[in-house]
Structure formats: structure tokens, C-alpha cells
Write a protein that binds this ligand. Structure first.
Ligand SMILES: *Cc1c(COP(=O)(O)O)cnc(C)c1O
Length: 380
């Protein structure tokens, strides 16, 4: 049950709705794109892009995802502590024996980015008398984590001969998969293939290979290999406009708040801090209980629209820490307690994270991750 009909006091101010049926739908749609040999990793880092890691992970696994991806050790521990048994890849790099011990204890599968990290892992695991499945990262052009692709064979050979490390996969990450111009992606793919060939030529048996994020998964099945690592599309957003319609995705997140006060103000009245808005006519204002401390970017002040009773209304004046004001002159007899949709669908209108991202000059990934924990996550 959502908050619309709930009398739960948590739902009396503002909340994030998570549509787990949409998530299931998205995972099934993604699975349908994949060959039988290709597994699906649901990337649930950053609290599942703000959606709540445990419930998203459980739902994605039930819908057919095989792996989970996290960025940090505590993110992996949260999933294990909730009883999740699926393999969990730690996408971030670690460099200390303490981290290695935590990874081994919680049965996470680490990414090893260079020989120095590999040596720290091998030494610590040998002391512990434990072997760990590990994943090797190559840099084919992202210039973030990983060993340079030209040095792939040497790197893999070194790790192979270290004790207590069991190489499960070799992978790389794309820098421009969401661009309609595919040249950089193709160059990265050639480098990846070249690295794989030199590893094979050195007589090393190939482990699993993976390369694709959401965009690459949607645009090119040649990049799927043995596993795809999908974040954004799981949450129902397209990585770029040209990906729209390639598969049918449904947004999982909605953001809602309730009206806390309604009042009439005469023309000429200033609204909110700094009077960034002054009423140009007599109008009716509604105050809602959500602000920038909940994760609504203050830079949306005077640019945001929200939905009430299926109708778009403008937000006016500076967004404050916990509240913001709306011009509700067009809504007759608006009542305190009525639900306002900031992100999501109401009637035949909808507002998406892409709309906010475009207004702010950022990407939808950042919008999804921005909602704070003081907004309860409510499954619908
Ligand atoms: C975050 C991340 C992904 C998922 O990216 P999306 O574009 O959200 O699908 C995949 N791989 C790595 C290494 C990542 O860090």
C-alpha cells in the first residue's frame, strides 16, 4: 500500500514511493535482451540509486537478476546482513588488509585494479587461510580504475600465480556508451578485445568477461559478453534520449509530499527567502512539506513544476530547507493534506528525473541518488 490511502504518520509529510512491480518489469525486459549465456547484474550501489538497496536487490533477484553490484564494503554488508546470498561484486577499489578481511568475512567479491592491490589481497588471505573469488579490472579508456589494457596479460599472469586468489572475471568500463556517437565506445571495445587476445595468447584460460553498463546493454548486444552490469535501466530510466523505445522501461521512483497550508496573497507580495518571486496578481499559495534537505535541488527554485489532481502547477519562490511554495490558483478549493507529485505520474501527466536533470544541466543518475533518508521509502 502506498501513502495515498495510508494513515501511517510517516506518510503525512513527504516520501519516496518505490514501485517494485515496475522494477520486476524492467528486470524482465532486460533479461529478454540477453542471450542465454549472459547473466544480469543489478547494480544496487548508492542504496540502489536511492531506491533502497535491500528491497531492490531482493526484487531484482526474484525477477531473474543473477548478480548484485555495489560500490563500497558497507553496501555489500547491508545486503549480506539482510540474508541475501547472491554473488556480490564490489565495484570500488580497496587497498588495505583491514578491507580485505571485511570482504572475506562477508563473502563479497572484490575488484582488483593493479598488481599492488593483488599483493595486499594475496598476503592477507594467505594469513587468513582463505581463498577469495576476485575480478580483474582493465582500463580501456575510462581512465578511472584498472590496469592499462596494454598490460593486461602481465597483470592477469601475476594474479594467477598468487596464492588464495581465484580469478572469476576480467572486466572494463565504458566512458561514452550513452553517446549517439559510438566511436569512443568502439575504440574501447577494440582495446578490450586486443587485451583478451593477448591473455589467450599467453595460454591463460579465460574467465567470465564483462563490459556493458545500461547504455551498452541497450544499444549493442556485441558488448554483452558473459554478464551485463545494469544500474539506471533497472530503475526505469533511459541512459540517453536515443535509447528510448529500445526496450519498454517503467520508472520505479516517485516523490510525493502533502499540502500543509493554503493561503491567499495579494498582488505585489514577496514569497520565500530573498523574494525571488513576487506575486504579479492576487494568487493562492500552497505550502508543501519537502525542501532541499530532502534532496530537492534548491537550484530548481521557480523552475519546478509539480502535479496536483493530475494538473501541472508551478513552484514559486526559493525552495527552503524543509518546505516550498506552489501557485495553486488554478486548483479550486485545495485542501491541506492533499498529495502533490514532484516525480511520477498523476492522471495523464508525469514528471521524470530526466525533466529535472535537463533543467539543472545534470544527469538523471544524480537526481535519483539525491533524495535523503529523511524521506521514507514506501513500497507500492
Ligand atoms: C555504476 C556502474 C555501472 C552501472 O552503470 P549504469 O549506467 O547505471 O547502468 C556499471 N559498471 C560499473 C563499473 C559501475 O560503476
Amino acid at each position: 500500500m502506498g501513502c495515498e490511502s495510508s494513515t501511517d504518520w510517516l506518510c503525512q509529510r513527504a516520501w519516496v514511493e518505490i514501485d517494485l512491480n515496475a522494477l520486476t518489469h524492467n528486470v524482465r525486459q532486460l533479461k529478454r535482451q540477453l542471450a542465454a549465456k549472459t547473466q544480469l547484474m543489478a547494480v544496487v550501489k548508492a542504496d540502489a540509486y536511492g531506491h533502497g538497496a535491500v528491497s531492490v536487490a531482493q526484487t531484482a533477484l526474484n525477477a531473474g537478476a543473477n548478480w548484485l553490484g555495489v560500490a563500497t564494503i558497507p553496501e555489500g554488508i547491508e545486503l549480506r546482513a539482510a540474508g541475501i546470498q547472491a554473488p556480490i561484486l564490489l565495484l570500488g577499489a580497496v587497498h588495505s588488509p583491514e578491507q580485505v578481511r571485511a570482504i572475506a568475512y562477508w563473502q563479497l567479491q572484490p575488484t582488483i585494479c593493479n598488481s599492488k592491490q593483488a599483493l595486499i589481497f594475496a598476503e592477507t588471505l594467505k594469513e587468513m587461510g582463505q581463498t577469495l573469488p576476485v575480478h580483474l579490472k582493465l582500463d580501456t579508456g575510462m581512465s578511472r580504475l584498472g590496469t592499462m589494457w596494454q598490460d593486461a596479460a602481465e597483470f592477469v599472469q601475476l594474479v594467477r600465480h598468487l596464492p588464495n586468489l581465484d580469478i572469476q572475471s576480467i572486466y572494463s568500463h565504458l566512458a561514452t556508451a550513452d553517446s549517439p556517437d559510438t566511436r569512443v565506445m568502439e575504440q574501447q571495445h577494440q582495446r578490450f578485445q586486443q587485451a583478451i587476445r593477448t591473455i589467450e595468447a599467453a595460454g591463460i584460460p579465460l574467465p567470465k568477461l564483462h563490459f556493458a553498463n545500461s547504455a551498452a546493454t541497450l544499444v549493442d548486444s556485441a558488448l554483452h559478453y558473459d554478464l551485463v552490469r545494469v544500474g539506471l535501466a533497472t530503475y526505469g530510466l533511459y541512459p540517453a534520449p536515443h535509447c528510448q523505445g529500445l526496450i519498454d522501461l517503467k520508472p520505479v521512483m516517485g516523490v510525493k509530499a502533502r499540502v500543509t497550508q493554503v493561503k491567499d496573497i495579494p498582488a505585489g507580495t514577496g514569497v520565500s527567502y530573498g523574494y525571488q518571486y513576487i506575486a504579479d496578481r492576487d494568487l493562492r499559495l500552497a505550502v508543501i512539506g519537502i525542501g532541499y534537505a530532502d534532496g530537492v535541488p534548491r537550484n530548481l527554485s521557480n523552475k519546478l513544476q509539480v502535479l496536483i489532481r493530475g494538473q501541472r502547477v508551478p513552484q514559486v519562490g526559493a525552495i527552503t530547507m524543509d518546505q516550498m511554495m506552489l501557485d495553486v490558483s488554478s486548483i479550486p478549493d485545495l485542501q491541506v493534506g492533499e498529495v502533490v507529485t514532484l516525480l511520477g505520474t498523476d492522471g495523464n501527466q508525469s514528471i521524470s528525473a530526466d525533466d529535472w536533470a535537463e533543467t539543472l544541466g545534470t544527469i538523471s543518475w544524480e537526481i535519483l541518488c539525491s533524495f535523503k533518508h529523511r524521506l521514507p521509502r514506501v513500497a507500492v
